[in-house]
Ligand binder design. Structure first.
Ligand SMILES: [Zn+2]
Length: 61
């Protein structure tokens, strides 16, 4: 299971190991039920594939 970052309504952030289809968690700091999953840079990189590699290549030429 991947580690995801969550942010609740009042701005608390925490990381938790959850199944991929988990969309929200309870905030451990204030107990809010709707802490939302944040797409971390790591996840974004995996999903994006070569978008930044392309940009890098174009600036080099
Ligand atoms: Zn909170």
């Amino acid at each position: 299971m991947p580690v995801y970052e969550f942010e609740c309504q009042c701005g608390h952030m925490f990381e938790e190991l959850v199944p991929m289809n988990t969309k929200s968690r309870q905030c451990p700091q204030c107990g809010a039920q709707e802490a939302k999953k944040i797409l971390s840079a790591c996840t974004f990189e995996l999903k994006g594939g070569g978008w930044y590699a392309d940009g890098y290549a174009s600036t080099q030429k």
